[in-house]
Design a protein. Structure first.
Length: 238
């Protein structure tokens, strides 16, 4: 059904991000960062779990060091309205992040909150928040990944984004571009996945020289990678 001539089309409600237990300075940075991508932020306090069940949000920001973090994440993922919302987790390090990975965290914001890191994170994930899924081919998701090089090196990494063709990760290990590796991981609500690939790039994280960022491209002859694509399609309801 189309609107009658001269009748303006209904305006789509803006995407909303819920902010939980965040101090004023950090909230200002987050609010400004999301606003640049036409996303509204909503400060939530009081009976938070009740609001998560009654109101619809496209995303939320949760500091993992808060005593209620687990309760909030559990409420978000079990809420009929919000179980697919994008979760931005504020964390100090990978160890803290992985303790909450069962909740299907999507994006990690380093603590303390800084403007540039917020802008990078929102720029990389805003299409998912806005539900522009056909343009979004990489899904931000945080899970533990075991990496084993064909040369024998083994280390633990944390995923940042995953696609049908590969994944980006961070680690305190020493990934080397050009190494053939086997990655083992389990995506939220999915079975364990194993795939072979090659490290196509590796560099030190900006401002965190002890942390390495790297990308793995799945080998096209390893059909196990197709399970990742199937998970993405199910996750996005495509």
């Amino acid at each position: 059904m189309t609107a009658a001539p001269g009748t303006p089309s209904p305006k789509q409600a803006p995407a909303r991000v819920a902010l939980f237990h965040i101090d004023t300075a950090a909230e200002t940075v987050l609010r400004d960062g999301f606003r640049q991508f036409n996303i509204d932020t909503v400060h939530l306090d009081g009976e938070i779990t009740t609001r998560l069940w009654k109101e619809k949000f496209e995303a939320c920001v949760v500091p993992l060091d808060h005593e209620d973090a687990n309760k909030i994440l559990e409420a978000a993922r079990t809420s009929p309205s919000n179980r697919r919302l994008v979760i931005y987790a504020i964390a100090a390090d990978s160890a803290e992040t992985l303790r909450f990975s069962k909740h299907g965290l999507n994006v990690v914001l380093p603590r303390p909150i800084e403007r540039q890191s917020v802008l990078r994170a929102v720029r990389a994930s805003h299409l998912l928040v806005l539900h522009e899924l056909r343009r979004y081919v990489r899904v931000p998701v945080v899970v533990e990944v075991k990496v084993e090089s064909e040369r024998g090196a083994k280390y633990i990494a944390v995923s940042q984004e995953v696609s049908g063709g590969g994944m980006s990760l961070s680690t305190s290990g020493k990934p080397n571009a050009g190494d053939n590796v086997t990655v083992t991981f389990a995506l939220p609500n999915g079975k364990q996945m194993i795939s072979r690939g090659i490290i196509c790039w590796a560099r030190a994280a900006e401002g965190r020289p002890e942390e390495m960022l790297f990308g793995v491209r799945f080998h096209s002859d390893d059909d196990r990678r197709l399970a990742v694509r199937e998970w993405i399609e199910a996750y996005l309801d495509m």
